[in-house]
Design a protein around this ligand. Sequence first.
Ligand code: SAM
Length: 301
Amino acid sequence: MEEQPINARSSGKEMAGEQMVGEQLASQQLDGKQPQSQHHRSVVSYVRRSTRLEGRMERAWNEYSDEYMLRFEGSHNELGVDSQLIITRQMLKDKWGEGFREEGRIIVEIGTGQGENIIAAARNNPQDNFIGIEVYTPGVAHALLKAGKEELRNLRMVQVNAPELLQAFKDGVVDEVWTFFPDPWPKTKHHKRRIVQDGLARAIHNALVENGVWRIATDIDDYALHVHEVMDRRDDFINEGDVVVSLATEHVSKGNAQEAELLPHADFMESERFSERVLTNFENKGLKAGRTIHDFTYRRQ
Ligand SMILES: C[S@@+](CC[C@H](N)C(=O)[O-])C[C@H]1O[C@@H](n2cnc3c(N)ncnc32)[C@H](O)[C@@H]1O
């Protein structure tokens, strides 16, 4: 479905469109200038759908959202974050309340979907703190339901546009950022909507502790190539991959493996499967369709 570019902040209707995020906002801040108006339009990586919850999901929201949702200025009832917001570890601790692990790492997952990964990670690593960012309300509700049922204390969810939140973190607050199976946006004219972009990389670089890592996974070859294009030329991250992967160097459309085989290939370095990554529905679909799963580890320099 084609998105309708309307301003999410002013309308709050079913289809959200374009607002200032990622590359533009990050580059303005990191260049030391004040960002322009937050209402300036830029491209976002999602299409906002109807967010009406019913039944179990509605009950989960009512029961658990007060405890599990972290709310920041500018993030009430909309997906934006105040461009002046600075998130420190102390602020997180204060908002979190009981359950924040003083000595623990802070791990942020961008685009948690149904929450499978972040829930499993929080359960398996009770010593660390996990923050899930997701724009899609039913996805957030699913995560709340699972977290609430398991009484996880070391997990919080935020419903905002992830690049905006990432760039609010004060230098060196986050230990790891995970982006697993980002929306592929296969059409060339939509590649600018892919969430892995220079602006997000800069924001994540700033948010990460020294030697912190950004882990990415995708089942789309063309997206894997896009990740290499964006990340491998950066000198502020190092690609820690030690597995050689051959990828078609011309962009190919999603699923067009035959065409890809005929195109010129080049070798790229990728990682073994990240051990904390669980098999989600998205990955399962990719595997069933015979696609290769690509894992990336970029370490902050
Ligand atoms: C293809 S799903 C993958 C979900 C999950 N990571 C998994 O592996 O199952 C991508 C998710 O990213 C979310 N998303 C896309 N852009 C986002 C953004 N700018 N901020 C937060 N979430 C976003 C979408 O709503 C969607 O749930």
